[in-house]
Write a protein that binds this ligand. Sequence first.
Ligand code: SF4
Length: 437
Amino acid sequence: MELARKLEILAAGARYDASCASSGSSRRESGGIGQALPAGVCHSFAGDGRCISLLKLLKSNVCRYDCAYCMNRASNGIERAAFTTDELVSLTISFYRRNYIEGLFLSSGIYSDPDIVMEGLIDVARTLRKVAGFAGYIHLKAIPGCGDALLRAAGLYADRLSANIELPTAHSLARLAPDKSGREILGAMRYIGDSCLEQAEDRGRLASTPVFAPAGQSTQLIVGASPDSDSSLLGLAQGLYKRYGLRRVYYSAYLPVTQDPRLPATSPPLLREHRLYQADWLLRFYGFKAEEILDATGPNLATDLDPKSSWALAHPSFFPVELSRASLEELLRVPGLGHVSAKRLLGARRASRLKYEDLPRLGMVLKRAKYFISLYGRRPATVPDPADLRAFLVDRPGPKASASAGEDGLDAPPAPGAASPAASVPATLPQGEFDFV
Ligand code: SF4
């Protein structure tokens, strides 16, 4: 098979893996400059917040497993292909030299034993690093069920590893992806998380300690392929941040790419994915717990309100927050007040007595915040009754690419590269589904 045809098939096969963020577009236009068709290049975010373009490919789309939602599943009659190591190395280097990409995202179908599939991915990364001298970004898929020594080798060549857990409950995994083992997926995550931690500690003592997956690990959860609630998705994400130190959980709205009676006929609204990214942002950077975010609104996030406003409406006794003496944690609970504006406010009130007119200059979105604050005992706005207040706070964000920076969509995000304060998140399990290992 020609290399160009392989590229087409194996780029298409990798397209729905969101664990490295965005994919291609389907816009078809001719006669101009450029090409927006999915051709294997996607964008991701480095640890310092830079947007980087990645060549996103499968090594093989042959798969023994039969996950209901996946176009590469064993029972799907699609054309199959596989790259050799040399082909992948040569493609990566030639795309890099032409400045098309800054790195490689490489995954694979499970065409053989997990050890053999993982060895195949490592071989590409090793050849790129050791033979071709490639120093760019490499994201490798961690194959659940492979040996720890192979995960170790993968982490020594890759910047980031990801094992996709896909579904938020053991029951849904057994129903839609019966060949996958939640225990093996979590086992791979635990090994990677422990190795990242050990490496950080060892490098503190000995600078020559080999670097293991310096960009950490991520995973993907599919939204809406199973009837699981947002509470299940967020509860699992919270546990993964806490237990295995994940850098990111990506939420990917289910797309019907195969026919299967176990699956819903349509995709969930993209707004659901967007709200999950906002709630995830609150978990990672705003000190919220999953149980708080969803306790107020039931098992699913409201679609017409951002999760922070939902929480604020459900907790009127917490407000008003007195700006002249509130802690950072209290300030971060105010709708319309993000990390940057909260920190500016703390600095400004140390320097002088705050005035109401100062607040917009500090970055506070007063349109939302004015109902939830006081300044030296005075409230800047009369608080309407709950139904009217809710109506004021309702927002209708467009279906933008939620995985990008600033996904809370409302409050200013923390500085680029800010570490996720996941250690403050308790490792509680949603309705006792997955047993963390
Ligand atoms: S293991 Fe499942 S999700 Fe992964 S390629 Fe195979 S069928 Fe698709």
